[in-house]
Design a protein around this ligand. Sequence first.
Ligand SMILES: CC(C)(COP(=O)(O)OP(=O)(O)OC[C@H]1O[C@@H](n2cnc3c(N)ncnc32)[C@H](O)[C@@H]1OP(=O)(O)O)[C@@H](O)C(=O)NCCC(=O)NCCS
Length: 183
Amino acid sequence: MFLERTGRLELRPPEAADAGAFAAMDADPEVMRYIGDGSVPPADPELMAARIARARRSWQERGYGLASVLLRESGEVVGWVQLAPPLFLPEVLPAVEIGWRFRRDAWGHGYATEAARVLLRVGFEEAGLDRLLSIRHVENARSARVMEKLGLRLRFETAVPAGGPPVAVHALTRAEWLSGPRV
Ligand SMILES: CC(C)(COP(=O)(O)OP(=O)(O)OC[C@H]1O[C@@H](n2cnc3c(N)ncnc32)[C@H](O)[C@@H]1OP(=O)(O)O)[C@@H](O)C(=O)NCCC(=O)NCCS
């Protein structure tokens, strides 16, 4: 299955043993501040195991999905990046979104950007996608900066249905990606 290394990181499909690292991120209010309604979801080990199993199936069935991000130096799981349909925003479907979530003590090192570059290549080169979206809460400035560094340009703002948060929709086409620096 999928395994990629960058200078500092290793990306691979999530394993059952990653559940603890994922749950710790999801229990941190700062990490969850701009996700959904910004609340911390109750810990649910069964749901987490199902998410991990679903992510593994996605790699097998679609050739993309959620990848755990590990520091090569220590082997620690510090976050994840993913390619997945943004089902929470029906107006943009069908589409595939690139997203990320990292442990707070791992922010600010460029890990999200370094890991997401791998998934841009997977999406455009291996899965043959023509366009990737990335969607953030309008106030999520860190995520906006990651999108900007990846070349994902702001296209429009909207809101998640049923009183959900205001969001900014960014996009990158394969043609734009091919003509960009791709460093
Ligand atoms: C968004 C997230 C993945 C970014 O991770 P990261 O590893 O810090 O990202 P990077 O280090 O690659 O880049 C962050 C950039 O934002 C900049 N930044 C940091 N704090 C910022 C702030 N308050 N306002 C604007 N930009 C900021 C950094 O300087 C850096 O840009 P630079 O390389 O030009 O200096 C991380 O903050 C996170 O997991 N947040 C919680 C989950 C989340 O919100 N996910 C995204 C949902 S859309």
